[in-house]
Design a protein around this ligand. Structure first.
Ligand code: TMP
Ligand code: ZN
Length: 427
């Protein structure tokens, strides 16, 4: 088997400084999307730790695991979540009216996955082009008629796309730049491909929300970077571009949609969103090491309490299973040292994951249909970012007395009332 390369991060991928504050060590963890079918394959584990750049406050992993190969056959397919679809529709409608997009417009998406987001723009008659390295998933996008280049997005690829298709009126990159080590090359590519008055829409998990929601499980090897708005300003300023607008959305544990334009374009900075956010980041103390040390203490306590709460449920003789074989779940369970046998299985809607084992834990992933036959007493909600939607979808399970264990922001049990009442009535 080919050995995976691990490189310690020396200089900041945003500002180039080498002055880091390392504040959270999560131990050695398997790669979160390395779902395997065979338990005999020895799993590799890699250091997972966080540090903060004292110059631009980029939060970064301390080590980069070369996962280049991973993305060519990727397990993550955009979730069949109604909320995410509404979000994508909302974004499409917003930028359509902001830029007056129509049949003469070109929309390019970096990390286009199965084409869900681009399909919303195609409904407006726009020309669309996706760029994504995953062969298995870009095949799905092309099968539904979304023109897609199977490649990593680089400045080089941007040049080629520009030569073939012209400049893009709108570019998007949703939940992808945290995965990319060479940020400067990506931003150079965006500058190259974006029309003079075009907009670049960047969606990332918001570091402020990660801290507020204690979402330490969204830290895994694929996520190299965690951003403040101020840090993104620094990044784009280097390339003659600027952040003109920021909006917050309650998706993927709290995300920001950042609108970026060429500095010499007609687009003006919205001080009510951009300046206000930057001020709030400063006021929250996020430019000082102490904020990160405080977060690390909270995470250490949370990990201990997750472990003891789950062990208590097992002690009570309850059957536990995971809901959503999410990448987050791998960090949550391994770094909290939850014994692997604690969960009987994980239910997941992604066909690519079904029939595999959760990395490092050997927990079988099964379909929701199969899970219904083997219903546990308690589902550990490993896809907690879809909490409300999943609780609504599983109303029958809750009505039967089933319970959900919600791990983030702190352990909480939901449901079971009916069962408690009925057993009280029987006695
Ligand atoms: P994500 O948080 O990175 O989107 O991953 C969530 C995982 O949970 C993904 O593998 C799909 C799965 N999932 C379910 O199994 N059922 C659901 O209802 C939802 C929304 C997600
Ligand atoms: Zn920096």
């Amino acid at each position: 088997m080919q050995r995976t390369r691990v490189t310690p991060v020396r200089s900041c991928r945003v500002c180039g400084a080498e002055d880091w504050h390392t504040f959270l060590e999560l131990g050695r963890v398997p790669l979160a999307n390395s779902f395997v079918t065979d338990e005999s394959v020895p799993e590799q584990i890699f250091p997972l730790a966080l540090m903060s750049c004292r110059s631009c406050r980029l939060m970064s992993l301390t080590h980069v695991v070369d996962e280049h190969d991973l993305y060519e056959h990727y397990f993550y397919v955009s979730s069949p979540s109604r909320l995410i679809h509404w979000h994508m529709e909302g974004l499409a409608a917003h930028y359509r009216s902001r830029l007056d997009l129509g049949p003469d417009s070109l929309v390019v998406e970096i990390g286009s996955n199965n084409g869900d987001q681009l399909s919303k723009f195609r409904e407006f008659g726009c020309a669309v082009l996706g760029i994504d390295p995953a062969r298995n998933i870009t095949a799905q996008a092309r099968a539904r008629g979304i023109d897609t280049v199977t490649d990593f997005f680089t400045a080089e690829v941007a040049k080629r796309v520009r030569a073939g298709h012209g400049r893009a009126d709108l570019m998007m990159a949703r939940h992808v730049i945290a995965h990319i080590d060479d940020l400067h090359d990506v931003v150079a590519g965006v500058r190259e491909l974006l029309a003079p008055d075009g907009l670049f829409v960047l969606e990332v998990p918001y570091l402020v929300e990660l801290i507020n929601r204690r979402a330490f499980d969204t830290v895994y090897h694929e996520h190299l970077s965690y951003f403040l708005v101020s840090t993104l300003q620094r990044l784009f300023e280097r390339f003659g571009m600027r952040v003109v607008d920021v909006a917050e959305f309650d998706v993927h544990g709290g995300s920001i949609v950042v609108t970026i334009a060429h500095a010499d374009s007609r687009h003006r900075v919205n001080p009510e969103t951009v300046d206000a956010r930057v001020r709030a980041e400063e006021e929250a103390g996020l430019f000082r090491d102490e904020a990160y040390d405080g977060f690390a203490d909270i995470v250490d306590r949370l990990r201990a309490s997750l472990r003891s709460s789950l062990l208590d449920l097992r002690e009570e003789g309850l059957r536990l299973a995971g809901y959503g074989a999410s990448a987050k779940g791998v960090t949550l369970l391994t770094t909290s040292q939850v014994p692997p046998g604690s969960l009987e299985f994980c239910s997941d809607t992604t066909p690519e994951k079904q029939g595999t084992l959760v990395p490092g834990l050997g927990i079988p992933v099964i379909s929701p249909e199969e899970a219904r036959e083997r219903e546990p007493d308690v589902y550990v909600l490993l896809a907690w970012n879809y909490r409300d939607e999943i609780l609504a979808k599983e109303a029958d399970f809750l009505a039967r007395g089933g319970r959900f264990f919600i791990p983030i922001p702190e352990p909480q049990l939901v449901g079971g009332e009916r069962a408690a009442i009925s057993s009280a009535a029987r006695s």
